[in-house]
Design a protein around this ligand. Structure first.
Ligand code: ZN
Length: 387
């Protein structure tokens, strides 16, 4: 919902000051904007649940029978999932997607819109004009034709554009006064968010990431401790600082990498409602592995087109020889695209999901390991690029 076209306002101002020739000056310029934080930034706090707590003290003090999620107000939201996941568990805890978990109706309406929902703010014309002013300064700096104008003309363009924008915003405000401000910054909503996130982990739902799930902090910690105690994990008796330093040392020779984050990644969970279980993941943002993750993402973007082309070439060769065209590039990049392109005449289609695909690829054996697979694909991609 845009009150006016920023591009048109700037173009008009330029044309008034310079003449018709300025009409094309913005043709190669893309004007974008950023959004305020969505609800997710306020309510999803996995770090608080999994990292910022004292495990020893929690283990000592925790009494499942007296868990705060078993208060009368949450009675209707108690779930059998805990006993399903942990057969030795004897109590129900809250695991729910019901936003009625909060009795603050102001807060309740926001997660109902989804975790990606950006709360509506007050329409502050002065703030919008300040931002537009910054954009105009940037344009005066970056676009050669504008930068070449004399100081007086540049100032005039800015004044004309800001005056026009103010007029447009004022008339927009007259017509849309009914738009309300969502109370994310209000004191009672902030307090309720503190209470809610102090008792529950708010997390995304698997395959519907916009849907919030509320899980009792204590039970999700129990799940996490149980998982980390399994043979899949090895407990390291080392100080986190030493591990962080060791990880930094591993990437020190890659001087181009920014070393922003310093802390270890923490656990995060996604609720798989269709399986009554959780998918466990860790963050790559703002942690000691961030720069390496970024590098991996860049390399994947660089190599993937070559591997995809290679697969296509091989597939064509096989079709020429055997009259069967296999799909050697099996990763699905877009389910939506596949659905949109399904053949009108029905033909047998087979698709499969590999259970625990990435968890089961060995990383520590020389044969059939992840490293061997990565080397194979990188070599294929490089060879294809050279050919
Ligand atoms: Zn509980």
């Amino acid at each position: 919902m845009e009150a006016f076209s920023v591009r048109r306002v700037i173009q008009d101002a330029l044309k008034r000051v310079v003449g018709e020739e300025a009409d094309s000056w913005l043709d190669d310029t893309m004007i974008g904007w950023t959004y305020n934080d969505p609800i997710e930034a306020f309510v999803c706090r996995p770090k608080r649940t999994f990292k910022d707590f004292n495990l020893e003290q929690w283990s000592r003090d925790y009494d499942a029978a007296r868990c705060p999620c078993r208060l009368l107000r949450y009675l209707a939201l108690l779930s059998d999932i805990p006993t399903e996941v942990l057969p030795e568990s004897t109590h129900q805890h809250v695991v729910t997607m019901n936003p009625d978990i909060t009795n603050n109706y102001r807060l309740r309406t926001m997660p109902k819109q989804g975790l990606n929902h950006v709360p509506l703010k007050a329409f502050d014309i002065e703030e919008a004009l300040y931002e537009l002013g910054q954009l105009l300064d940037k344009i005066a700096e970056c676009i050669d034709d504008v930068a070449r104008l004399c100081d007086r003309k540049r100032k005039l363009v800015k004044k004309l554009a800001l005056d026009k924008a103010r007029k447009k915003m004022c008339s927009y405000w007259e017509k849309h006064r009914h738009i309300f401000v969502e109370p994310i910054g209000q004191a009672n909503v902030k307090t309720e968010i503190e209470v809610l996130t102090g008792r529950f982990l708010v997390t995304a739902k698997d395959k519907a990431a916009n849907t919030p799930t509320f899980v009792c902090d204590n039970i999700i910690r129990e799940f996490a401790v149980k998982r980390l105690s399994s043979p899949d994990f090895v407990l390291l008796h080392e100080e986190p600082e030493l591990i962080e330093a060791a990880i930094h040392a591993e990437t020190e020779h890659l001087v181009v990498l920014p070393h922003a984050g310093a802390s270890l990644p923490y656990l995060m969970a996604v609720f798989k409602a269709h399986k009554w279980s959780f998918r466990w993941i860790t963050n790559t943002a703002n942690s000691v592995v961030s720069s390496m993750a970024e590098l991996c993402a860049c390399l994947l973007c660089f190599f993937t087109p070559s591997v995809r082309e290679l697969c296509k070439d091989r597939s064509n060769l096989m079709e020429a020889e055997y009259d069967v065209k296999p799909n050697l590039w099996w990763p699905t990049s877009s389910v939506g695209e596949i659905a949109a392109n399904l053949a009108t005449i029905l033909t047998p289609e087979f698709s499969a999901d590999i259970t625990r695909c990435f968890e089961l690829i060995p990383t520590d054996t020389p044969e059939h390991s992840l490293v061997v697979a990565v080397i194979f694909f990188v070599e294929c991609a490089m060879k294809h690029k050279c050919d």
